[in-house]
Design a protein around this ligand. Structure first.
Ligand code: HDE
Length: 722
């Protein structure tokens, strides 16, 4: 636990120490004596009390009853959204003082590290759902600052589906399993979601993000984070600037293919959780940089859209992101329940120097989070749970309630008072502490929306225009897949009619295999909720919106499978394996069975995984060794051939050495080597003759290929039978 415990009010040091020692002894993993929760030693933890060894169990067995009762209540309600999550501890450090813009203490001094706890999550699925579902990802950061906890509760996409909080329950009801039969789990590909989405043109921009590869991260460590809403930075003089927050991953931004994501959901539902855990466990600490887009208060009108509208982003091409600090995750939780599960975030946990904007989605969130914690964590004292405690002193007269830990002493639980410590005590109108931005407000009460929120398509078009051609293909394929799961043709039609307002080519491509009419923008324009208003984007294209422009360039923690079978010429892979490992990749030997394989030199080498327990979808790249006997054996194994075909289909880098190239024969790549000792018949495929290749060249080419993540322009992958 990073957040230090607070001394409870009024307890003596000696009794605190005695209690702490007792607690440690009783919870120690190595304690051999089991007791009840009252400290009574349990004589036998294998047998309940019975009337005779073959007789009925006795109700008086309070030891049995206590154990089972506790077990019965082990589960707490899961989060209504973001139920499936993974957390980690770390720290945040600013690169410079932000004093010009904000008085927030944790952003002042580059020498000060602030402890953090971060929880990543999917949104729609239940706690036990698969990590790789197509979905937005939560990216919630709790900063334990000296001025109180600050929570930046964001997502891995910079916009949201709806503009007003009042639509949130409808959105979530639409995407969750349909209420009559409880299906499908963790999937938006069903009628109710698309029924809602197609009737809410304001969702269109976010739909573009969710249908892109952003919704299928390769790793939680390889996705961006966004605060989504505009917030305010306020400096010591009370001057305000609007600010949008960004997290930029050091490893670049990378996605899976949809086929891969679906298969991984079956083979390893914990894919992202495991990846994060293993990276931290092995000392490969994930890092992000914090970026801010700052807009002078009063100048937001020049953006061309409403800064308060959460379906809009500020293009980086318009307002550059200024990098101001870094986040490092360097410690795994010790107990999933106590930390990842019980952590309670809230966008209203602010520190002086940061305030909200009037974004109507953000305003609604401010109520929701405490409200949901009250039932999820069982009462109003969840701030006392170790993971949620502030690290600075806390004092107030909130009292009692379920599960209260603090024991305040004395008579006064009110203010003002003089009885508490003898001196007059009164808090009001202070100029210190948290100060809300002094915004002038005088307006009629309205239940309505500003016309400046009416444009629902321009930024969806900007997003589409900014994608690489492979990313565009993936977006089209995603819409097709999702809508093909929708039974109602009316809904399918309505959706592509809406898409016609984003881009006619996109809509036409999506509609082609869906058994519906060509998209009709006029039909969409005639529907309720449609607004004709359209802004002119100040930029036509923004490279920061495409993943292809964020390669990261490193192969650190990338997983490389080395295929093995008896007869492998181990010398062919030795140097490459060393070079890959040196560059930070993780190499694993994958073969037909666990144990050893025998090399061509009659030596034994250990196999890490089988083709069945670690298929190609668990790896980023494949290395095929040399050795005629080994390759003949692999060619005779369907699983090995499938391994290579699938890696090829998922556009991964493959390096085949000597006769290993024959394994690529079924893809139509001719194994015969020409005079060249290393050739790349297409991007990401390296065929090499280890006897002739210049020292180090194979590794160099292979590492360069892996660092590009995927080779999306690979031709004809649809034809590959994998
Ligand atoms: Fe949340 N959201 N949300 N949300 N949200 C919750 O709070 C809610 C929204 C986000 O790892 C819940 O403690 C409303 C936007 C994250 O524990 C709940 C609205 C963004 C997490 C809730 C939104 C988020 C949550 C469920 C519309 C991106 C997980 C459990 C007004 C900026 C935090 C809980 C964690 C969790 C309500 C919209 C991010 C029900 C009403 C927009 C990352 O209170």
């Amino acid at each position: 636990m990073s957040a230090p415990r607070h001394k409870t009010v009024g307890s003596s040091k000696a009794s605190d120490n005695a209690k702490a020692k007792q607690l440690e002894a009783s919870t120690s993993t190595f304690a051999h004596i089991l007791t009840t929760n009252q400290g009574l030693q349990i004589p036998d933890n294998h047998n309940s009390l019975k009337a005779g060894t073959r007789g009925p169990s006795l109700l008086e067995d309070f030891i049995l009853r206590e154990k089972i009762t506790h077990f019965d209540h082990e589960r707490i309600p899961e989060r209504a959204v973001h139920a499936r999550g993974s957390g980690a501890h770390g720290y945040f450090k600013p690169y410079m003082s932000m004093v010009q813009f904000t008085s927030a203490g944790f952003l002042q001094d580059p020498d000060i590290e602030t402890p953090v706890f971060v929880r990543f999550s999917t949104v729609a699925g239940s706690k036990g759902s698969a990590d790789t579902a197509r979905d937005a990802r939560g990216f919630a950061v709790k900063f334990y600052t000296a001025e109180g906890n600050y929570d930046l509760v964001g997502n891995n996409m910079p916009v949201f589906f709806i503009q007003d909080a009042i639509k949130f329950p409808d959105l979530i009801h639409a995407v969750k399993p349909e209420p009559h039969h409880g299906m499908p789990q963790a999937a938006s590909a069903h009628d109710t979601f698309w029924d809602f989405a197609s009737l809410m043109p304001e969702s269109t921009h976010m739909l573009m993000w969710v249908m892109s590869d952003r919704a299928l991260p390769r790793s939680l460590r390889m996705m961006e984070g966004f605060g989504v809403h505009a917030f305010r930075f306020i400096n010591a003089q009370g001057d305000a600037h609007f600010v949008k927050f960004h997290w930029k991953p050091k490893l670049g931004v990378h996605g899976l293919t949809w086929d891969e994501a679906q298969k991984i959901a079956g083979k390893d539902a914990d894919f992202h959780r495991r990846d994060l855990w293993e990276a931290i466990d092995s000392g490969n600490f994930p890092e992000w940089e914090l970026g801010v887009q700052i807009v002078d208060a009063g100048k937001e009108g020049e953006l061309g859209f409403d800064i308060l509208d959460p379906t809009k982003l500020i293009p980086e091409a318009q307002v550059p992101v200024q990098i101001i600090g870094k986040l490092v995750l360097n410690r795994n939780p010790e107990n999933f329940f106590a930390e990842t599960e019980q952590v309670a975030f809230h966008p209203g946990h602010l520190v002086p120097g940061i305030d909200f904007s009037n974004d109507p989605l953000l305003q609604g969130r401010l109520f929701s989070y405490t409200d949901t914690q009250l039932s999820r964590l069982g009462g109003p004292n969840f701030h006392e749970l170790p993971i949620n405690r502030a690290v600075c002193p806390m004092h107030n007269f909130q009292r009692d309630g379920m599960h209260r830990q603090t024991i305040p002493k004395g008579r006064t639980a009110y203010e003002p008072n003089t009885l508490g410590n003898g001196a007059e005590f009164r808090v009001d109108g202070a100029t210190q502490g948290f100060q809300s931005y002094r915004e002038s407000l005088e307006s009629p009460k309205v239940r309505g929306r500003s016309p400046s929120f009416d444009d629902h398509f321009s930024q969806a078009t900007l997003f589409w225009n900014s994608q690489s051609s492979a990313e565009k293909d993936h977006i089209v394929a995603a819409f097709r897949f999702e809508l093909s799961k929708v039974e109602s043709t009316d809904i399918r039609q309505r959706m592509v009619d809406n898409l016609a307002h984003v881009d006619m080519k996109l809509a036409t491509r999506v509609a082609a295999p869906l058994g519906i009419n060509s998209p009709d923008p006029k039909a969409a324009a005639g529907r309720l909720g449609y607004r004709a208003y359209r802004i002119t984007n100040k930029v036509d294209e923004d490279p920061s919106l495409r993943m292809a422009s964020k390669p990261g360039g490193s192969i650190k923690t990338r997983k490389v499978a080395i295929l093995v079978a008896d007869g492998i010429e181990a010398a062919t892979i030795k140097r490459i394996q060393l070079d890959l490992t040196e560059a930070g990749a993780i190499c694993k030997l994958v073969g037909p069975q666990l144990g050893n394989v025998v090399t061509a030199n009659a030596r034994q080498i250990n196999v890490d995984h089988t083709f069945a327990n670690m298929p190609s979808i668990m790896f980023d790249a494949v290395l095929i060794p040399g050795g005629p006997q080994c390759i003949a054996a692999l060619l005779g194994m369907g699983e090995a051939v499938h391994f290579v075909l699938e890696a090829y289909k998922h556009c991964k880098s493959i390096c085949a050495l000597n006769e290993g190239a024959q394994l690529l024969g079924s893809i139509g790549l001719k194994p015969a080597m020409s005079k060249e000792s290393v050739k790349t018949p297409e991007a990401g495929i390296i065929l090499a003759d280890t006897r002739k290749a210049p020292e180090g060249q194979i590794s160099q080419d292979f590492i360069a290929a892996i660092s590009l993540h995927r080779h999306w322009d690979r031709a004809n992958v649809e034809a590959v039978p994998a």
